[in-house]
Design a protein around this ligand. Structure first.
Ligand code: AOF
Ligand code: ZN
Length: 386
């Protein structure tokens, strides 16, 4: 059983201070055409999803006299922002800029977009979502308004905000957004008594799970999973994208140094969270192999997960997919550190079966009942192995 801590614990995750200029984010009325251009900017922004971390995915469209004269989307941290690409090689005087995120006004890896927008002679800026980055958060809009540019805020704000849930969480808390991924049988078990958990869901479900991986900056497993399954945590099943960081929690140094995660070509993308209780020789060997070893304070023989999350946040990891096993999930839920869940249900009943082959198969379907609940109805088949 998972023990979920009171909400108070969740709230105690520190929010960094944010600045809100009074009235800056007041919502406006928009025309159908405004909405159409912002939809286009959102479509552009979506092209960057999974590529821009630790930056947000952003899209921009420049419109004059009812025609698109420029467009762009943020492709990668360190490369130009969406507005800069949309405005490049353009005579944009008097035009309107539609952008899915409040334009930035500070020097980061790149110069401020507000300066480029002002220099281009843009007359009106329509913004979907605010930038919760405390360096911006209303300041971008204030700078543009001070320069005499009309700024209209809040068009399709929910869609635009949802697009960057990991970035929004990370930039305000300093910690990655945590998604717990669980593959469960219908009777809510994620393993048989012998720990046989690998093939609980179908090939389609595995592909979906790999898609989740491809949108995460990091994926995490516990030491027991490494010992029993020796996983690779790479992107497979036809899913492509950036290889996420692979994080192993191993307080006492129980994992073999020969595990795939420490020896394969992606070992430079492996992080081990451990404590002073693990053997120094083990830690040193992993570090020599190219693995990032984080020695963290122990809490009742376990790793302090909040400290680990803050450390991952410092490494610019904005999203973390916790893949299990059960012990790790329990620890995350108990500490109130889970933000999102992805539950995959296999049409099987494990009961007290010793192996997955001995689990009962069920043929049936899900039905939504009421607003929140789901009902699964089906016929019991035979166990696969019988
Ligand atoms: C925009 N347009 O396309 C993006 C923005 O280090 P930098 O210079 O890339 O700045 C990163 C910050 O800029 C990031 O934390 C977020 O606040 C904002 N991202 N802003 O106007 C964009 N990607
Ligand atoms: Zn910018």
């Amino acid at each position: 059983m998972l023990t979920v801590s009171p909400r108070r614990a969740r709230r105690s995750r520190k929010k960094l201070a944010t600045h809100h200029g009074a009235g800056i984010f007041e919502r406006m009325q928009f025309s159908r055409q405004d909405e159409q251009w912002m939809q286009q900017a959102l479509r552009l922004a979506r092209r960057g999803i999974g590529q821009t971390s630790p930056n947000p995915a952003v899209g921009a469209v420049v419109v004059r006299a009812g025609k698109v004269i420029g467009q762009g989307w943020h492709q990668q941290a360190g490369s130009p922002h969406a507005e800069i690409l949309a405005l490049s090689h353009l005579r944009a005087r008097g035009a309107t800029l539609y952008v899915t995120l409040e334009p930035c006004c500070t020097h980061g890896r790149t110069p401020p977009c507000t300066a480029a927008i002002i220099a281009a002679g843009i007359r009106r800026v329509v913004v979907a979502a605010k930038d919760p980055n405390p360096r911006h958060d209303g300041r971008g809009l204030a700078v543009l308004r001070r320069a005499g540019i009309r700024c209209d805020f809040g068009l399709l704000a929910e869609e635009a905000t949802r697009l960057n849930s990991s970035f929004n969480h990370w930039i305000t808390t300093g910690q990655p957004l945590v998604t717990a991924k669980l593959a469960l049988s219908l009777d809510g078990k994620f393993t048989t008594q012998t720990g046989d958990s690998q093939w609980i869901t179908s090939a389609t479900a595995r592909r979906e799970a790999h898609k989740l991986r491809s949108c995460s900056d990091a994926v995490m497993v516990g030491a027991s999973t490494v010992i029993t399954d020796n996983p690779r945590l790479t992107l497979r099943h036809g899913v492509r994208g950036r290889q996420p960081w692979r994080v192993v929690i191993d307080a006492r140094g129980r994992c073999s140094r020969a595990a795939h995660l420490f020896t394969d070509p992606h070992r430079y993308r492996t992080i081990v969270g451990t404590t002073p209780q693990s053997p120094t020789t083990w830690r040193r060997a992993l570090a020599l192999a190219g693995v990032t070893v984080l020695v963290l304070p122990a809490q009742h023989r376990h790793i302090n997960l909040s400290v680990l999350l803050a450390e991952l946040g410092r490494m610019e990891i904005t999203s973390l997919l916790v893949e299990g096993g059960g012990e790790l999930h329990r620890a995350f839920f108990a500490a109130g550190l889970v933000d999102h869940v992805a539950f995959f249900f296999a049409p099987k009943i494990i009961g007290s079966a010793q192996t997955m082959q001995a689990a009962l198969n069920v043929t049936g379907h899900w039905r939504r009942i009421g607003r929140e609940e789901m009902l699964f109805e089906g016929c019991i088949g035979t166990a696969t192995g019988l």
